[in-house]
Design a protein around this ligand. Sequence first.
Ligand SMILES: Nc1ncnc2c1ncn2[C@@H]1O[C@H](COP(=O)(O)OP(=O)(O)OP(=O)(O)O)[C@@H](O)[C@H]1O
Length: 231
Amino acid sequence: MLTVDNINLHYGAAQALRGVSIEAPMGKITCVLGRNGVGKSSLLRAITGQQPISGGAIAFNGESLEGLAPYHRASRGIGYVPQGREIFPLLTVKENLETGFAPLPRKERFIPDDIFSLFPVLSSMLARRGGDLSGGQQQQLAIGRAMVTRPRVLVLDEPTEGIQPSIIKDIGRAIRYLRDSTGMAILLVEQYLDFCRELADHVYIMDRGEIVHQGAAETLDTPEARRHLTV
Ligand SMILES: Nc1ncnc2c1ncn2[C@@H]1O[C@H](COP(=O)(O)OP(=O)(O)OP(=O)(O)O)[C@@H](O)[C@H]1O
């Protein structure tokens, strides 16, 4: 499992994470909910190594990730779907998927077929430029690109942001399939409560840089949980 233990994160003098601890077990979907600006992306940037932490520890299956660059964390099996997708607009869909080869040994440098079964639209658009895809198609491409790296932990930053309902359903289905077929740990941060309630095995709520609630998905319906999620 992925373990985040009591981490702090600062941007200069401003503290974005305060003593955050979460666990993302293998074969489970763990969801971190919170309003804008509470520190959800900072948590994922700490896990993927994009942003250094100023206290605490992050480990995968008991091995510390401390000091490892994002590239090395990807080789250890941490796959990342960043907020806003970060598709390369001038590369084709196929080339975007192939950027996921970077952390892989040579014999694993191929695109797994299940990406195209999950997201058939990608197979019909392999030669199209990433920048010409719709937002929903780009999100599917970003998840596909992370799958190319054969992650053991998949970390997703607001996968439903700006996406139409039918594609949100496809993305939810894909995330469930990945949990059930590969047994990977899935950690996603979201503002969209219904998406998390349907998908998550375990939820955390963040508020102002801290974890303020945790429990099964059904506990999101308690007044105390709601209070942290309403503006
Ligand atoms: N590069 C940065 N430099 C300085 N402050 C930052 C930086 N990135 C984020 N912050 C601040 O840290 C806090 C947490 O931001 P973060 O992006 O982690 O929140 P979030 O919950 O992901 O929000 P959103 O849902 O809007 O993406 C915010 O107050 C934000 O302004």
